[in-house]
Design a protein around this ligand. Sequence first.
Ligand code: FES
Length: 128
Amino acid sequence: MEFHNVARSGQIPEGVVRRMFVGDVEIALSRSDGTVHATSNYCSHLDCLLSSGKATAEGLLCSCHGSVFDYESGEPLCPPATRPITVFPVREDDGQIWVGVDEELAKAAMRRRAGRSRRRPAMTPPDQ
Ligand code: FES
């Protein structure tokens, strides 16, 4: 697995969640109790961006409907989410944060609804 330098330590203060990218992979980087965590940036409930949430003492809080995810396992600790989010390995060395990404993790971290279009089908005029 390759580790990528995604941020300086100072960019991720306690309690904050920030969106970072490794290529096309979108990562939520957070810090709780001094430890940096890296997860998919998409909530497993309805794809809200976890970078809009908060790093709490219990876990990563999704701001949309309040699910909290365990930092280590990615498992939801409270509903409505029922499935885990992807967790990436993290290293913090010498003021730099490194995230490990391989093909399997990158695929697992993709937006669940990526293939769905939000566009409505074109309207056809009623027959006259
Ligand atoms: S989208 Fe995160 S809890 Fe609903």
